[in-house]
Design a protein around this ligand. Structure first.
Ligand code: ADP
Length: 496
């Protein structure tokens, strides 16, 4: 056995990475698949295309290095979360396209749940806020809109799954209908304290228990792949939602350890150990993973617009021609000349939760140049991250030793240094920012005995690039006060 196969099923592409047993990537392949936008605010995927693209990249990654099925010790899956698929158990056909996590079609249904005062009821059980992101209202929508679906579901003819579940089912040739704790925790049907599907929630959404997968720890044997697929029945030994896998890949094993992924948006997760921390300010409480006979919990906060503000500079304003160019521009100015960009394009998330806020640029004077705007836009990513970090610090009441980073925009050295400065915390960037696939591979490797335990994995964490804070407290406080004034302007801008 020489490799662990990580299947990283993302929102816009399917990827496969083969890791050697020391945790190095030795082969990779990636393929985009179709995004369907049938109506404004709606997003769908074709589950068949997801599986086909995932299988295709797995074969490509093997071919690249001439790897054979007998050399693959295990498969680990990390996946886009919350996306809902329902299929017929007998024919395997999906009864409707996958409704993607981003899809807002159930916004009205969620408003109704809030109007009924169910926020506390749902948060207490699931750790989640009521939002169309999560699977429950998507399942309800499919069962309501596909003729006969509710009855078929009640008769046990249909199966629901998040993407991990669908992939496991397909990879096992229809033999296994399973999911893991992290994916279950994002459905809004799973009780994160009892680790079971919650009867009160199933009643609330009229979702028949018969459609749900069995739930198990993220690391452990799920099923064997159909021998036809890779020339051998390879054990599928891990499944976890992408952000959870990234937290594991970043080896955040000690309570207080935090990772932030700077992609289109930013996702911050903090390991809180065996203790689910309830948030009073809209952070989510979630399951970090189930591994080694126990469950760890995490706090999660997200920023809607992170790297996307750089895309906006490039595509809408034409101020830069590539995302990476933003770094050199930002360095042309010693500071942002008092300019703040608040990219509240779709409102603001934690800790403001203001969906009416709109994007704002403050502090413009006649001397403001292109580099100031670009710099201020990059700084906004760090300020928003700092707002979430400060909230986590407060709510979890633990010391945060460092911020571990990954995702596309973490390549920006200016941004990482500025983050260290405004958050007054060391920022650690691993040599490989493929932490999601890495986490899936680690979880699978633990289950199949390639690794002895978390200590061995923590030792594999490559010496990261460190960004050490060196801004003095007065300067930092001044900048943060300016940012908060700008946020205030963005929030009042919406009512003008
Ligand atoms: P996602 O997984 O959400 O698609 P990625 O992790 O691939 O995101 O990161 C892509 C995002 O990172 C884009 O929004 C892009 O603008 C931003 N980005 C990529 N490189 C840089 C860079 N050097 N500086 C700033 N932003 C960057």
């Amino acid at each position: 056995m020489q490799y662990i196969m990580a299947l990283d099923q993302g929102t816009t592409s399917s990827r496969c990475m083969l890791f050697d047993l020391r945790g190095n990537i030795v082969s990779r392949a990636q393929m985009e698949f179709t995004q369907y936008y049938p109506q404004p605010g709606w997003v769908e995927h074709d589950p068949e295309e997801i599986f086909d693209s995932q299988y295709e990249v797995a074969c490509q990654a093997m071919q690249n290095i001439g790897a054979r099925g007998v050399e693959i010790a295990a498969i680990g899956i990390s996946n886009q979360r919350e996306t809902a698929v329902i299929w017929d158990r007998k024919t395997g056909e999906c009864i409707y396209p996958a409704i993607v996590w981003q899809c807002r079609r159930t916004a009205a249904a969620c408003e109704e749940l809030k109007a009924r005062g169910l926020e506390d009821f749902i948060r207490k059980r699931t750790g989640l806020v009521i939002d169309p992101y999560f699977s429950a209202t998507k399942i309800r929508w499919i069962l309501d809109h596909v003729p006969g679906a509710q009855e078929r579901a009640e008769r046990g003819e249909l199966a629901f799954g998040t993407i991990d579940s669908y992939l496991i089912w397909r990879l096992s040739g229809g033999a296994a209908h399973l999911t893991d704790y992290t994916n279950a925790a994002r459905t809004m049907l799973f009780n994160i304290h009892t680790l079971t599907w919650d009867d009160a929630l199933l009643d609330l959404f009229s979702i028949p228990r018969a459609i749900l997968p069995a739930v198990q720890p993220s690391s452990g044997l799920f099923a064997y792949s159909d021998p036809e697929l890779f020339g051998r029945a390879v054990p599928i030994c891990a499944a976890a939602g992408d952000q959870h896998a990234a937290l594991f890949g970043q080896t955040c094993f000690v309570p207080g350890e935090v990772k932030n992924t700077y992609g289109t948006g930013a996702f911050m997760l903090m390991q809180t150990g065996g203790r689910p921390v309830e948030s009073a300010n809209g952070l989510l409480t979630t399951i970090a993973w189930g591994e080694g006979g126990r469950v760890d919990y995490a706090l999660e906060g997200s920023v809607f617009i992170a790297g996307a503000v750089v895309q906006w500079l490039r595509d809408e304003l034409g101020l830069i021609s590539s995302a990476s160019e933003s770094e050199a521009w930002a360095r042309k100015a010693p500071d942002s000349a008092g300019v703040y960009v608040v990219p509240a394009f779709t409102g603001l998330g934690a800790p403001y939760w203001d969906s009416a806020a709109r994007g704002t640029i403050t502090g413009l004077t006649r001397g403001v140049r292109r580099e100031h705007i670009i710099r201020a836009a990059l700084e906004s990513i760090a300020y928003q991250t700092q707002d979430v970090l400060a909230l986590m610090r407060r709510e979890a009441g633990v010391e945060i030793p460092a911020l571990r980073v990954d995702g596309g925009a973490s390549a920006n050295n200016f941004l990482m240094q500025f983050q260290a400065d405004v958050s007054d915390i060391p920022v650690l960037r691993p040599a490989s920012v493929e932490t999601t696939a890495q986490g899936a591979a680690f979880l699978a490797g633990l289950a199949c005995g390639v690794y002895s335990g978390r200590e061995e994995i923590a030792a594999l964490y490559r010496a990261p690039r460190r960004f050490i804070p060196h801004m003095d407290a007065q300067a930092r406080d001044g900048l943060l006060a300016g940012w908060h004034r700008a946020v205030h302007a963005a929030r009042t801008a919406s009512i003008l």
